[in-house]
Write a protein of this length. Structure first.
Lengths: 235, 791
């Protein structure tokens, strides 16, 4: 589903240049992959390259059979809207739209004409994340956990096959962390491919694969048993 | 305090582009305001001084011949303290392009020695020799000539002769020749003799209060009586409505006052943009302010630091605006004075005005800047350090957005809410655009109203050329001259004469041109605003323009009045009032006119309508003039339809253009304000733009969202303009049109719709231009870069 072929990201030039990421891996459909590693290990760089937010210095990124590395900014945005849902650490809901409108927004951006059932879809997504009673609230009226659940609902708005989350629980208490991770597990069970960056060991519960990065290189890539136990090394 | 000041200055200089934009807006607003304040002072003073310097006559009389006996009579007349004898004759000249222009030929025994209605030499000779002329410098364009050229003057006997322009003069006692499309020519008495013309005019000053209109009339009546009794009948008398004061003074004063009121708005806009800049800076520094407070900085100290930074900007503005205002004032005053054919010699400005400029230039922006500074510094340590993530922005629901949320797409909804999120900023932009818009709509409405009135007035004349002849020509002769031409649609021969009002007490009043028109004329369909038009059988009925009552305010519709035409006084009744602009003709029935006025006092005007337009019409004009001349009919002057429209429009164009310029400048400053806001919005919402892109918005969509935000602000202000436009336009047309330009303007829904329509187009252009750069920047942001910006 997602292929990273000899992907390398270098910063700087000449003697001062350094390699921030150098990976060659594949993420299959339906996997719940967790990317871990210390600060500066290249987690966010990898995630940015996966989502097209950043471009590799060399190598190729193929998603669902399409090489995205050659896309223009506009093509990339359109592709992202249709293919990937992103969940951020700081929720990043649009503050001047209601929760429901935040979920409808990606649909409006991707669809040329608004579909008749968009609102129902958005409400069902809110229901799915346990936020059905908050549809008409502004983001500032929600708690952190609620905002993150709304953000997850937004990331699913276009029925995307891939969900990418960058430290989604980094700003949540344990109760909300559990709720968000539970949601991810449910989505993974429904067949969605989930890639999550985290530095919290607790967060790998429910994941099916763990990729550990160190200095931009994959140090460990292993399958995980349900419940967080290591299942077996992939490489 | 030193380090705090340094920080504040660095915060201010942190975004050079924004600072430069705000400074530009401030400088523009301040210069517009300052320059017009200085111009008003200079012109109000200089127009009076310039005019006083020519020692304007109390009155001027026209006689057949001012000979030595008449001078002796004047010398003996005790109520006159001084006089100048001269000549003023209406002739014509041919331009090199064949066009015939009206010439006023003046003569004076010695131009350099004149003590009344002094003519100033500007260039070249001041004592024209035989075959030479001096020209009013303002008439060069009308004559289509330059210094040293020869102009061909058509003399009263119909012959033509070239005369070399050897000098340029300035004659403030006359209306500006360029506005009236006339050529003022000054010749020596010898040349006047050669032309078989006589000295026929006396400019004089009365004893006592030389510019007291009542006194002038009293003395003038006695003088006219004396001259009449002595065999020197006075054929015309000119007494200004405001003796001793320039004919332009009132118009200039009204114009400059309103322009200055408008310019104050431009100045305030500039200051508001600066205030908005500080609001933005403080919003961006709230976290640091919290930290400063947490380490012991007092609000008072930080306030002083930022006010110091504001003073730095204010000082920069003054340093640039002051010399620019003085320079602009110099240029503008030269321009404004030149319109009235005047020169400005003294550019000094009272020190008090400089002090006012500096004081207002400091105090007003300082007060406006201090408001956001004080507000921004109210942030507590807790509030400051808690501001993380866009979700932390406390956004309230918006009534308009809620109302429209099911009718518009989410990106548009986002634009709408984005535009209104910061209510204060939104209100400020809307207020500036609305004020600028109202000024624009008001001025544009007046411009359209006046142009419509002018077009209607000119359009009432259904002829392409009006040829004024030197005598009352035989209709058969005229017909022979004209009938040979093909493509003449129609023509009519009217009568013309000049007549003076004779008041009930026997006193002689102002002189008016009579147009004797067939009552059933097909070539003139005037707009009768009161009473009726002429009817067949009318003998003593006159129809006058509304402008007649500006000169003779004591008369009204239905009144009887006497005119002395052709040496005898006849009683007439005012039966109708016309909305005829740029003319105060008196219209009478041609049949009645021929019965009343002796033939020697009559002239003819030939009014010709053709099937042609454009260049072919011009070619035909030359051909017709030639035919009329060849038939022996002396042509006094001729006016084409376009000339007539130009002459009428030129009376108002400068005033209207001045208002338009200031209104446009105010709109530009308001546009800069909006551009600044849009730039700030994009900066503040970089993170949000990143999210939009991350969830699928492409560059075009982001561009549209930002542009729509700006357009929404403009559209909102347009909505207010729409509501206030009607009363404001009515007010503007009354103040500018009726009070300053003295044109009765009727309310027309078309004017309002047209003015608002133009403003709608302008408002979208402003919205697009104001947001273009910011929207392009937002569209070009990468997700990574946008998300890296701390909100």
């Amino acid at each position: 589903m997602i292929e990273l072929k000899e992907v390398m990201k270098r910063y700087g030039s000449g003697k001062k240049s350094f390699t921030a990421l150098s990976v060659d891996t594949e993420i299959r459909a339906g996997e719940f992959a967790v990317i871990t590693g210390r600060s500066g290990s290249g987690k966010s760089t990898l995630l940015n390259i996966l989502t097209g937010i950043d471009r590799p210095t060399s190598g190729e990124v193929k998603v669902l059979g399409h090489t995205i590395t050659g896309y223009s900014e506009s093509e990339m945005a359109e592709w992202r809207g249709k293919t990937i849902g992103i969940v951020f650490q700081f929720f990043q809901l649009i503050p001047n739209l209601t929760v429901l409108e935040n979920i409808l927004l990606p649909m409006d951006l991707v669809q040329k004409k608004r579909k008749a059932g968009s609102k129902d879809t958005a409400l069902s997504l809110l229901d799915k994340v346990g936020m059905s009673g908050h549809a008409n609230k502004m983001p500032s009226e929600l708690s952190g956990g609620e905002q993150q659940r709304a953000a997850i609902a937004r990331s699913l708005a276009n029925n995307v096959p891939i969900l990418v989350a960058d430290e989604p629980t980094g700003n949540l208490d344990s109760e909300n962390t559990a709720a968000v991770l539970g949601l991810f597990s449910d989505l993974a069970r429904e067949g969605m491919t989930i890639i999550m960056v985290t530095h919290e060991q607790e967060s790998i519960k429910g994941a099916t694969r763990q990729i550990v990065l160190k200095d931009g290189v994959i140090m460990q890539d292993s399958a995980i048993m349900r419940g967080g136990h290591e299942f077996g090394a992939i490489r | 305090m030193g380090l705090l000041g340094k920080k504040a200055r660095r915060d201010l200089l942190g975004n050079r582009r924004r600072i430069m934009t705000a400074l530009f807006a401030m400088v523009l607003g301040t210069v517009v305001w300052g320059a017009f304040m200085f111009v008003r002072e200079m012109i109000n003073r200089e127009i009076d001084a310039e005019y006083a310097a020519i020692v304007p006559a109390s009155a001027t009389i026209v006689v057949d011949r001012a000979d030595e006996n008449l001078l002796a009579l004047l010398d003996r007349f005790e109520d006159i303290s001084g006089y100048e004898v001269g000549a003023a004759h209406e002739l014509a000249m041919y331009r090199t392009d064949g066009k015939l222009k009206k010439v006023w030929l003046f003569s004076s025994p010695n131009y350099a020695q004149r003590k009344i209605n002094i003519v100033t030499s500007l260039e070249g000779s001041f004592a024209p020799a035989s075959g030479e002329v001096l020209l009013d410098s303002d008439a060069l364009g009308v004559a289509g000539a330059k210094m040293g050229d020869c102009i061909t003057i058509r003399r009263s006997d119909g012959t033509t002769r070239p005369y070399k322009i050897t000098g340029l003069v300035n004659d403030l006692s006359q209306h500006p020749p360029s506005i009236h499309d006339n050529v003022y020519v000054y010749v020596s008495p010898e040349t006047l003799d050669e032309m078989n013309l006589s000295m026929n005019r006396v400019d004089y000053i009365v004893t006592g209060d030389m510019y007291d209109r009542t006194r002038i009339w009293e003395v003038s009546q006695a003088l006219i009586q004396t001259l009449d009794d002595s065999g020197y009948p006075v054929s015309a008398i000119q007494v200004s409505n405001t003796p001793g004061i320039s004919m332009h003074a009132e118009e200039y004063k009204g114009l400059l006052f309103i322009v200055q009121v408008f310019s104050v708005a431009a100045f305030l806009f500039g200051c508001i943009i600066m205030s908005s800049l500080f609001s933005t800076i403080l919003a961006g520094q709230s976290k640091q302010i919290g930290i400063l407070k947490s380490i012991g900085a007092k609000t008072q100290n930080i306030t002083r630091a930022y006010l110091g930074a504001a003073m730095l900007l204010i000082a920069c503005n003054l340093a640039v605006s002051f010399p620019l205002s003085c320079l602009a004032a110099r240029g503008l005053s030269i321009f404004f004075m030149s319109i009235g054919n005047m020169k400005i010699h003294n550019f000094s400005i009272p020190i008090g005005l400089y002090i006012l400029f500096c004081a207002a230039g400091i105090v007003i922006p300082f007060l406006l800047a201090s408001m956001p500074i004080r507000r921004g510094l109210k942030v507590t340590v807790k509030e400051a350090v808690n501001g993380l993530g866009t979700g932390a922005r406390l956004v309230k629901k918006n009534a308009i957005a809620s109302l429209l949320k099911n009718k518009i797409s989410r990106p548009v909804l986002l634009s709408l809410r984005g535009a209104m999120e910061n209510r204060r900023r939104f209100s400020m932009n809307v207020a500036m655009l609305t004020l600028g818009g109202l000024m624009f709509v008001g001025v544009m409405g007046t411009v359209i109203s006046i142009n419509m009135a002018v077009l209607k007035s000119v359009g009432a004349r259904h002829f392409d050329y009006q040829v004024m002849t030197g005598l009352y020509a035989q209709e058969e002769t005229i017909a022979r001259a004209i009938d040979g031409h093909e493509n003449i649609a129609d023509y009519e021969i009217w009568g013309a004469a000049s007549g003076q009002i004779v008041y009930d007490n026997g006193n002689i009043g102002g002189t008016f041109g009579f147009s004797a028109v067939p009552a059933d004329t097909a070539l003139y369909k005037p707009d009768v605003i009161a009473g009726r038009w002429l009817e067949p059988g009318d003998t003593n009925a006159v129809v006058v323009s509304f402008e007649f009552f500006e000169d003779e305010p004591d008369f009204a519709l239905g009144d009887h009045l006497s005119f002395r035409v052709g040496g005898a006084a006849h009683e007439f009744k005012i039966v109708g009032i016309l909305k005829e602009i740029g003319d105060s003709s008196v219209y009478v029935n041609k049949d009645g006119f021929e019965q009343l006025v002796p033939e020697q006092a009559r002239r003819s005007s030939i009014n010709i309508s053709t099937h042609y337009t454009g260049g072919r019409r011009t070619a035909m004009y030359n051909s017709i003039m030639e035919s009329i001349s060849d038939s022996g009919i002396p042509i006094l002057h001729a006016v084409t339809r376009s000339d007539n429209q130009k002459i009428v429009s030129s009376h108002f164009s400068t005033t209207l253009q001045s208002f338009l310029v200031v209104a446009i400048l105010s709109v530009i400053v308001a546009g800069i304000g909006l551009a600044t806001t849009m730039s700030v919005q994009v900066n503040e919402r970089a993170c949000e733009i990143g999210i939009l892109k991350a969830i699928g918005a492409n560059s075009k969509q982001v561009f549209s969202i930002i542009t729509a935000e700006s357009n929404f602000t403009c559209l909102f202000s347009f909505g207010i303009c729409l509501a206030l436009g009607i009363p404001f336009t009515l007010l503007a047309t009354q103040v500018i049109g009726v009070s300053i330009l003295q044109i009765p303007l009727a309310f027309s829904p078309f004017v309002i719709v047209a003015a608002l329509g133009i403003w709608l187009v302008v408002t979208f252009i402003v919205g697009r231009l104001a947001s273009g750069k910011a929207a392009k920047r937002a569209a070009g942001m990468t997700v990574k870069k946008a998300l890296a910006v701390e909100p």
